[in-house]
Every structure is written in C-alpha cells, then in structure tokens.
Ligand binder design. Sequence first.
Ligand code: FNR
Length: 382
Amino acid sequence: MIPGEIADYRELARRRLPRFLFEYIDGGAGAQTTLRHNVSDFEQVKLRQRVMRDVSKLDLSTTLFGQPLSMPVALAPVGLSGLYARRGECQAAKAAERAGIRMSLSTLSLCGVEEVSRATGDPIWFQLYMIKDRGFMRDMLARARESGCSVLLFTVDLPVAGARWADARTGLANGHLPAAQFERMKAMAARPGWLWNVGLMGQPHDFGNVAPAMGKGGVREFWRWVGASFDTTVTWKDMDWVREHWDRPMVIKGVLDPEDARASVAAGADGIVVSNHGGRQLDGVSSTIAALPKIADAVGDKTTVLLDGGVRCGTDVVRALALGAKGVLIGRPWAYALAARGGAGVSAMLEQFRKEIGITLALAGVPDVKMLGRDALDAQEN
Ligand code: FNR
C-alpha cells in the first residue's frame, strides 16, 4: 500500500507492530469519547472558500519561540517511540530536521536526549513531567540544556495516568502478571519483522532519559517506576522551581481551560499547548479544537498558543490557526508513520501535511499562514 492519508499509516502500523504497542498508540482513556471528539470536532469547523485572489506565492513558514519553521507544525512528545522503529526517536528527529520543523522528545523515550540531539543538526524540544525526585529533574534539565534543547515542554495534565483499558487488555500495563507477559510474548511472536528489526536490532531498550533514576529494566520495571515517581502534589507554585532551573523558553502542555491558561501566563510560560493529551487522560472533557477559541481570546495576546489533539491533515492545521493557534503539534500521525515506514515514513507524512496546508491556503484565498484568523472561517463559526 502507498500511504496517503493518516488512516493508511495507521493501518500499516497496525500490521507491523505487536498488538500491545499499536493499541498503546491508538487508544485513549475511558470510553474514548474525548479521543473521538478531538478528531470529529475538526470536521465541524468550516472554512470560507474565497476566489479570485492571487495565491501564486504561498508562505507556510512561521517563527515559534524565536525559531524559524518551514510550517506551523511540530512533532508532539510521544513516549516509547524507540519501540515503533529501530532507534525511533533518532529517526523522527532527522525527519523533522529534513522538513524544517521541530521534534519534541518525551521524557519517556528509549533514546536519551544526548543520543537524539547528536542525531540531528537542529535543536530539539524536550518534554518533562514533574517527578518527585527533584535531583533527577535538575539533572534532566541540565542534560537537556547541555544537549542544546531549545524549548522545554512541561506537561501538566498527567499527575496520574488516565484509565487506558486497552493497555491492561494487551498486557502492556500490569507487566508483572504472568497473563500480561504471555499476551506480550504472543503479540511479539505474531510480528517477526518487528521482533528482528526493533526487538533485536534496535537494542538497547533502556529508557535513556530516566535510566539514571530507574536503572535498567524493561516495560515491567518502567511502569513500576512511572507509578512511583510522578509527583501528585504539584501546583502552580512549583513553576518557580522549574523556571529557576530552565532559562530557555518554557511551554506548559496540557491546558484546556481559560483559567489555567491565565495561570500559565502568570507562572511565566512563554507558551501553552491546548491539549488533553490526545484523549488519553480525562475522558469526557472537551476536544481541544472546541476549547481553543476561549483560550485564545483569554491569553492569545500574552503568550504563544499552540494546540494538539486530533490534527490529522493540513486542513486541520489551517482550521486551528484560524481559531487562534500559532502552531500545532501532531502525535499519533508521526507515531503511525514511524511504525509504518521508519523515518522515511515520517518525512513522507510531513510532506503530505505541507502539500495540503498549501492547497487549503490557496483555495481559502489566504496566501500566508501568518494571516490566518477567524475571518478565514465561515460566518457561523465567528
Ligand atoms: C502521547 N503524549 C505524550 N505527551 C507527553 O507530554 N509526554 C509523553 O510521553 C506522551 N506520550 C504519548 C504517547 C502516545 C502513544 C501518544 C499517542 C501520545 C501526548 C502527545 O504529546 C499529544 O498531546 C497527543 O498525541 C496529541 O494528540 P494526537 O495528535 O495524537 O491526536
């Protein structure tokens, strides 16, 4: 199959990955209502078709946090990506560099921040969770700084992990139970290509960033560490601590409420990501595209507002910018593409996005992404 839409990459990923990994990427929390709405609510946002405008020169470029990007898209932090393809985070970082955009590296990646930074000539963005052990956090921030990371994404919507039932069913969670181990073994045996390419040749499977705190260990040890280490006491006061230890742009990821958006600005955030963690945390909350306009109205003139969740094509990027975002992050699209075709798949998928953003701009009669605003939307959206 020659993949075109994200659905094609998803199908290829389903065929290539062991079930516990595919469902980890694909699934959401609870009844997955928010996950579905993240995608379906984009369809409700209607653009204006404008004609007889000069669209001979299209400008997709933008600048985020002082960094020029070829289009207003970045790769969202996605944990465990080194299991989707061999040294997957490095492959994705190189694809982002080729596309002239930025990759965000998850705390919970297999390749550590040094390895990924060495793989690309561009500075990557680094994502951090609040961990109880402040010594670990201080060291992690220092490692990110020394590796040249240019932006910190500080994820605040995961004091505890959402209820992701698929992970229990597939054996990814509860890794210590014999039944879970059996499920994982069965799933790996059913994917010999993955077993050879990633399972064997993609080693080591240490968690490069958290290894100093967690030690060596596989999936089982990893979940135990995650469960024991995330700090549930964090409040806005703790942002001062983060600010003291990070002097480059800091973006708060996981804001869905205008009040929290204002608090983020008060806490000194250079940006926020309107996000519900891709529908993986609190099920039943609003989609991000539905939450965006009120947040953009509240803080859009004070901080850089980004959005993620449900962005599946270039037209969605244009819709988000029209509703007030300055850029978007994409999560599952690059995870599927990486699993489907490695770094080349991520590159091809990003070029699809670029092409479709261009087509959408041309047909909406807006030649520059920086000119997008609510006037690009059908009157009923305003
Ligand atoms: C994520 N996300 C995420 N976010 C984060 O801050 N740190 C992380 O380690 C992860 N890990 C992760 C794994 C997987 C498999 C997915 C799908 C997502 C959330 C991610 O950054 C982003 O918010 C969502 O993926 C955006 O929604 P879409 O684009 O997947 O619909």
